[in-house]
Design a binder for this molecule. Structure first.
Ligand code: CMP
Length: 136
C-alpha cells in the first residue's frame, strides 16, 4: 500500500553535512521524494509537532534543539513508506537500539541528537504532513 511519511533531518544532521547521506539512503531504498524544504522551525510548530512529548522531562531540551538551526523536512512516498523509513533510521537510541547499517546506527551516539525523525504510524504521518506541508 502506498503511503506518505514525514521525515526530518534534524539540526544536528544539517550541521554535520549529512543531508545528502540521508536523502541518498531514502532514494536508494526506492522511496520517492514528494517535498523537500530547508527551514528553521518556529517554536509553535516545534511544540505542535512534539505535542505528545510535552509531559516528558526532555521536552524543553527537545524544543530547544529542534529550533536551534535549520533542518530539512521531507515528504516521502512509497509502499509501506512509514515502516520503510523507520527501518532506514534505526531505533531511537543510536547505540542501544539502532544497529549498524541504519542512519542512527552509523552516524549518531546520543538519543537527543539522533539525526532524523520519521512518523511512527499512519495517524502520525497524516497529522505531521498536514503540519509541515499543508499544501501537499
Ligand atoms: P524523534 O523520533 O524525533 O521523536 C521524539 C524525540 O525525542 C526522539 O526522536 C529523540 O530525539 C528525543 N528523545 C527521546 N527520548 C529522549 C531522551 N531520553 N532524552 C532526550 N531526548 C529524547
Amino acid at each position: 500500500m502506498t503511503e506518505r511519511t514525514l521525515v526530518l533531518v534534524k539540526p544536528d544532521g544539517v550541521a554535520r553535512g549529512l543531508v545528502g547521506e540521508v536523502v541518498s539512503r531514502i532514494e536508494r531504498k526506492g522511496l520517492k521524494l514528494v517535498a523537500l524544504e530547508l527551514r528553521t522551525v518556529p517554536q509553535a510548530l516545534a511544540e505542535e509537532h512534539y505535542a505528545e512529548h510535552k509531559e516528558r522531562s526532555f521536552f524543553g531540551d527537545l524544543l530547544e534543539f529542534i529550533t536551534s538551526g535549520p533542518l530539512v523536512a521531507l515528504a516521502v512516498e512509497g509502499p509501506r513508506a512509514i515502516a520503510a523509513f523507520r527501518q532506514l533510521a534505526g531505533g531511537t537510541d543510536p547505540v542501544e537500539k539502532a544497529t549498524p547499517g541504519t542512519i542512527r546506527g552509523d552516524f549518531a551516539l546520543e538519543t537527543q541528537y539522533n539525526l532524523v525523525h520519521g512518523s511512527d504510524s499512519p495517524e502520525s504521518a497524516e497529522r505531521e504532513l498536514k503540519l509541515w506541508f499543508p499544501d501537499l
